[in-house]
Design a binder for this molecule. Structure first.
Ligand code: UDP
Length: 240
C-alpha cells in the first residue's frame, strides 16, 4: 500500500559502482553524481531526514585485493578510504544544489570531514542537513551495506533505501531465469528461508534483529532515487 512507505528519517545506501559511468576509465562520473544530488535534493525538500552511506567499489574492494594476495585488513582500510573520496564528491554536488550537508567519517580525517559522532549526526539530521557517512564502519571485515544497517539503527531511521543495479528482489536470478518473479514486498523470514539475496549476511541480520525495513531499487533509472525516497512503490520492500 502507499501509506506503508511514508518515512520521516531514512538511510540511503549508494554503491560506489553507481557513481561510475559504464565503460569509463574514471572511477567517479561528475555528471552521475550531479544527477544523484538533484534527485536527493528533490526528495529531501519535502522534509525527509536523510543520511547517505556511500560504498567504494568503484575504486577498490578489500575482499578482491585480499584474494589477490594483499593483507585483508589493510586492503579493507584502502576500501574505506575509497568511500571517503566518493563521499566528498557527493557532498560537493549536494552543496551545488543548495542542499545543506555534512560528511562524517568513521576514520578521523578532520581536515576534510567531521569525525563520526552519533549525537552530532542525529542533530544534523533533525536540523534538516543531509549527513554522509564516510569510511564505512571504520573497521575492516565489514561492508558499507553493514554500515547502512548499523547507522540506520543508531540514527533510529525508519528505513534503508538500497540503491542497486537491479530493480528489486527476485525469487531466482533474473539474469539466468527469464521467468524470475520480482517481489513488491517480502518478509525478512521469507528472505531467509528462500535464501533471497538482499544484503550481505551481517547487514541483513542487523536489519532482521532490529526490524529495520529495506527498500531495494534500481538506481540506473533516472528519477528513481526521488521516487524511492518519496515513498513510491518501486523496487522491493523488505520488512517484517
Ligand atoms: N570497508 C570496510 N569496512 C566497512 C566498510 C567498507 O573494510 O565498514 C571496505 C571493504 O574493503 C569494502 C570497501 O571498503 O570492500 C568498499 O566498500 P563496499 O564494498 O561496501 O562498497 P560498495 O560495494 O557498496 O561500492
Amino acid at each position: 500500500s502507499k501509506s506503508e512507505r511514508k518515512f520521516t528519517r531514512a538511510v540511503l545506501k549508494l554503491s560506489g559502482e553507481a557513481l561510475r559511468e559504464e565503460g569509463s576509465k574514471d572511477n567517479i562520473s561528475p555528471e552521475i553524481v550531479e544527477r544523484m544530488a538533484r534527485e536527493i535534493r528533490d526528495a529531501v525538500k519535502t522534509g525527509l531526514e536523510l543520511a547517505v552511506v556511500v560504498g567504494g567499489g568503484n575504486f577498490w574492494r578489500g575482499a578482491s585485493a585480499s584474494a589477490r594476495g594483499m593483507d585483508r585488513a589493510t586492503a579493507d582500510y584502502v576500501g574505506m578510504m575509497a568511500t571517503v573520496m566518493n563521499s566528498l564528491a557527493l557532498q560537493s554536488a549536494l552543496e551545488e544544489e543548495d542542499v545543506p550537508c555534512v560528511v562524517q567519517s568513521a576514520i578521523e580525517m578532520k581536515n576534510v570531514a567531521e569525525p563520526y559522532i552519533r549525537r552530532k549526526a542525529e542533530r544534523h539530521l533533525s536540523q534538516g542537513r543531509v549527513v554522509i557517512f564516510a569510511a564505512g564502519t571504520g573497521s575492516p571485515f565489514f561492508s558499507t551495506d553493514t554500515t547502512s544497517a548499523l547507522r540506520a539503527n543508531e540514527m533510529d531511521a525508519d528505513v534503508i533505501f538500497k540503491a542497486t543495479q537491479v530493480d528489486g528482489v527476485y525469487d531466482s536470478d533474473p539474469k539466468k531465469n527469464p521467468d524470475a518473479k520480482r517481489y513488491d514486498r517480502v518478509s525478512f523470514i521469507d528472505c531467509l528461508t528462500k535464501q533471497l539475496k538482499v544484503m550481505d549476511a551481517t547487514a541483513f541480520s542487523l536489519c532482521l534483529e532490529n526490524e529495520m525495513p529495506i527498500v531495494i531499487f534500481d538506481v540506473g533509472v533516472e528519477g528513481n532515487i526521488t521516487r524511492a525516497l518519496s515513498g513510491e512503490d518501486i523496487g522491493t520492500y523488505v520488512c517484517r
